[in-house]
Design a protein around this ligand. Sequence first.
Ligand code: SAH
Length: 249
Amino acid sequence: MTGSLVVVGTGPGRPELMTPATQAAIARATDLVGYGPYLDRIPAANPAQRRHASDNRVELLRARHALALAAEGRDVVVVSGGDPGVFAMAAAVFEALETGDPAWLSLDIRVEPGVTAMLAAAAAVGAPLGGDFCALSLSDNLKSWSTIERRLKAAAEADFVIALYNPASKARPHQLAHAFDVLRAAKAAETPVLFVRAAGTAEVKVVETTLADADAAVADMRTLIIIGASTTRRVGRWFYTPRSERSAA
Ligand code: SAH
């Protein structure tokens, strides 16, 4: 098989935050496959390049389609937002590979890293990820709420800084409020909570609050939430987590 498939992420939004390696992969692609709004972020490269836009909820079908195109000899780029391996298309591509035509295993498949939302959000407020941290998706499309709750409790217990992806949607408005309740049971009331909307874009908006006061209604699907560890603190306009757990407050 001669086709290729590269899975890329466009970064959080600002064109400068798309890596040159990702730009190069996109420039040489014959076919771009992805969720419509992510494809729209990519300026038209050449008129011969085909774009296959799809709905956000059909990841596995989109991944199979991309692999089938590569198997026909096309040079396909699958486009995600942020980093393609973080709650995004790269895993769907490998799942499609695992369950698909065994001949696809000989395709030239590659993943390019991108700037994930968590990194852009952290940079917008200072350095809250300076200590150990974890990332969770609150989307329960693909896992049960009891799994999410168990992981939130464990993350709170371990005193990680927590980055929450997919914090809210119209389909599940109450879950984030439940998530805050779970965290309040295990973490201090004054723990910093940072809602960062549209990180890494010109429209970035930060809401700083505490776990006691955190209001789930602040978040939407373009928001990433950072919840501090016990050492996360404010200095001037910024928030940071010291690298040493012994550094003085
Ligand atoms: N692959 C993406 C994440 C996809 S999950 C990445 O690496 O960033 C989608 C979630 O990511 C959104 O619900 C939101 O929580 C977060 N997100 C994506 N872009 C964002 C941005 N510019 N600012 C804040 N959060 C963002």
